[in-house]
Write a protein that binds this ligand. Structure first.
Ligand code: AMP
Ligand code: MG
Length: 360
């Protein structure tokens, strides 16, 4: 009965974790070695810069070096398919041929199909056709580093672009994708999640059963650490990104965060960030400043974390209540922290921080 109850509530991590607190991966970076950690065998490690972010791949096992090499090749392959900055990518081809059918790679098809599915699930909070608006604000991936041009777009321009927003008008037929004339898309909200799953598959195919992959805030913890304790994954404090709000003891799960601190600029004391509300064309400002989703699939978690951020506090809490198969940590503007019930047994809060439980 107890086991059944756990399954029904969708809890995937139900036991209190008694493992030692040795490894903490703040989502943007893997921590330095602690005293206890130094007792662990040396992992194979690889730093990758791709998808406009620093990625750290760490794996244990005899095949680890080969597996990580393959993983890096796969990440580059995906970047070349997904990036709006690579003129030959599938996404660039779709954008250059709006109104016409474009044949895409199976990976591109899967990522777009998931984005459309989550668009449907979230009442359009996730909408990959907001890309022209993202670009108008200057948030196009990477451009900000070389040629900063963040700006608040004129309202008439936003209104015009909003007329070309609507994920539900995208048609996928087998490997052929058609977006309406004038429409453009970008997979920024799901690309790293897709890559997370792809890397995980490669590691598993290479019989790796202990790894921590961190694709710039998109973490997947494969198996347990070599000492059999669970991985500790930290969630950054959106109000002070040098700190964490909590750590989660995780095994075989993706932990993916969308935060208002990742790509952001400030003008006249007001902050503007890269996650756009498709209803307004402005940075989503509906109460949530950080949304973390924990689940089996990196792609699902990535799509949903962006969507929950856009939905805002009330709708995101309702969504979590209705979807027992995902877990989430939501941080609001006034620094209230909400966690889904299944996380209670695996979460350790930073000193003084409290949470409210979303019961299902
Ligand atoms: P993430 O960091 O996964 O939350 O994704 C944010 C990225 O997704 C942005 O940098 C944009 O490229 C894109 N994006 C912004 N707003 C949306 C939205 N409402 N729906 C889909 N993609 C978005
Ligand atoms: Mg996302």
């Amino acid at each position: 009965m107890l086991v059944l109850g756990m399954m029904l509530c969708g809890c995937s991590q139900t036991q209190n974790d008694t493992s030692s607190k040795t490894e903490v991966s703040v989502q943007s970076e893997v921590s330095g070695e602690s005293k206890e950690e130094s007792k662990l065998p040396e992992p194979e490690s690889r730093d990758v810069f791709a998808m406009d972010t620093y990625m750290v791949l760490k794996a244990y096992g005899s095949n680890a070096k080969k597996a990580l090499e393959e993983a890096e090749t796969e990440i580059q392959r995906l970047e070349n398919l997904f990036s709006v900055k690579v003129p030959t990518s599938d996404i660039s081809k779709i954008n250059a041929n709006s109104g016409n059918p474009v044949t895409v790679n199976a990976s591109t098809r899967t990522a777009i199909a998931k984005a459309l599915e989550v668009g449907d699930m979230t009442d359009g909070a996730l909408d990959i056709t907001v890309y022209p608006i993202v670009r108008e604000w200057g948030f196009t991936t990477g451009d900000s580093e070389t040629e900063p041009y963040y700006k608040i777009p004129d309202q008439w321009l936003l209104d015009w672009h909003l007329g070309n927003v609507g994920y539900d008008k995208i048609i996928i037929n087998e490997s052929i994708v058609t977006v309406p004339t004038q429409f453009e898309i970008d997979l920024g909200a799901v690309a790293k999640g897709y890559a997370t799953d792809a890397v995980n598959e490669i590691l598993e195919a290479n019989h790796i059963n202990s790894a921590l992959i961190n694709l710039g805030g998109n973490v997947y913890a494969l198996g347990r650490k070599p000492d059999k304790s669970k991985w500790k994954v930290g969630i950054q404090n959106p109000a002070d990104t040098n700190k964490m709000i909590c750590t989660l003891a995780i095994e075989n799960k993706a932990v993916i965060t969308s935060g208002n601190y990742e790509r952001v600029f400030e003008l006249d004391g007001k902050k503007y960030w890269h996650i756009i509300d498709p209803k307004t064309g402005y940075p989503a400002d509906n109460g949530i400043i950080s949304a973390t989703v924990i689940g089996d699939s990196g792609l699902d978690c990535d799509a949903l974390s962006t969507a929950l951020f856009v939905m805002g506090t009330e709708k995101a809490i309702e969504f979590c209540k209705a979807h027992k198969d995902i877990d989430a940590v939501l941080v609001t503007k006034d620094m209230k922290i909400y966690i889904t019930d299944c996380l209670e047994s695996i979460i350790t809060m930073e000193d003084g921080l409290k949470y409210e439980v979303i019961k299902r």
